[in-house]
Write a protein that binds this ligand. Structure first.
Ligand SMILES: [Zn+2]
Length: 298
């Protein structure tokens, strides 16, 4: 059905298409989607100090700062075991994870954080709205997908990072870029990774997909919509050598990885236009969503 392609990156929208007898089938679809997202994936080095430790369908990015590990996203609750196993497989220790940073506080990116925090003792960092949503276990009425998104174990102790703030995590400077839209607290993160003397701009850009629960219209929230547009523009403008996104498929990550000739071959991963292309796709999705809102109002 027409809505389905818009729903590929959220579990909850599968439920939105369900009604009556279709509910059981939607529930099976949800289970299938979760299993696909959580499919096994061997961990590997992306570049320099940056590693992929998530399952196949949901990114979890590990950065070795030289004085502790930084982990971006905890994925689904059931992903935590796999992420921890991947960290160990790479020769690191879970208790050396000192920081856990979140892209946005939906279950498929924050659901595993409570467990990962407990097991590692790490400090969790997020935007102000992201921290608020994590404390609610994902159920934030300000979220365009409120009511759709599945909840998870709340993360009560989160250090709030300001927009534009650069954190010195060990030897790595990580900058937070507030990019609200997909959720109010959406945050994109940037840092630099080096191999030898070659340093690259790493971007973990948050989801920019305009998805809404029934009854929510972006056009009813002009300030939020304007902020969403600014987020898209700011992601397009980031210095961007290697783009990573919470859903790797949303930025062609696996296609780029597949073109590597060896584990150290970084060339296929580099695309200085990747952030602009990702932002342009988000703008098209947002425009399509607004067009649907206008059509539905007639
Ligand atoms: Zn989401």
């Amino acid at each position: 059905m027409p809505l389905r392609p818009l729903c590929v990156f959220t579990l909850a929208c599968l439920a939105a298409t369900a009604s009556g007898a279709a509910a059981a089938s939607a529930s099976r679809d949800q289970a299938t989607t979760r299993a696909e997202w959580n499919a096994p994936q061997a961990p590997f080095r992306i570049y320099g100090n940056t590693w992929y430790v998530g399952p196949h369908g949901l990114s979890s990015i590990l950065v070795n700062t030289g004085r502790g590990l930084a982990l971006f996203d905890g994925d689904l609750p059931e992903s935590a075991t796999q992420i921890e196993a991947h960290v160990r497989e790479l020769g690191f220790r879970v208790r050396d994870i000192k920081w856990i940073l979140n892209s946005h506080a939906h279950q498929d990116h924050a659901g595993g954080i409570a467990r990962l925090q407990r097991d590692s003792g790490a400090q969790v960092l997020a935007s102000a709205e992201g921290a608020h949503q994590m404390a609610l276990g994902g159920a934030d009425p300000a979220d365009p997908q409120y009511g759709f998104q599945l909840t998870y174990a709340p993360v009560p102790r989160v250090r709030v990072v300001r927009d534009g703030e650069t954190l010195q995590l060990g030897n790595v400077a990580v900058t937070a870029h507030y990019t609200p839209g997909h959720t109010p607290g959406s945050t994109s993160w940037t840092w630099t990774s080096c191999a030898g003397s070659r340093c690259l701009h790493m971007v973990y850009a948050d989801s920019l997909t305009a998805l809404a629960a029934p009854g929510y219209r972006f056009s009813d929230h002009p300030d939020y919509l304007a902020a969403f547009r600014r987020s898209i523009a700011s992601v397009a403008a980031l210095p961007c050598d290697i783009l990573m996104t919470p859903h790797p498929d949303a930025s062609g990550f696996w296609d780029r990885v597949a073109r590597r000739q060896s584990p150290d071959d970084v060339s296929p991963l580099i695309d200085a236009g990747a952030c602009r292309a990702y932002a342009a796709a988000a703008a098209r999705t947002l425009d399509a969503q607004l067009a649907r809102e206008r059509a539905a109002a007639k």
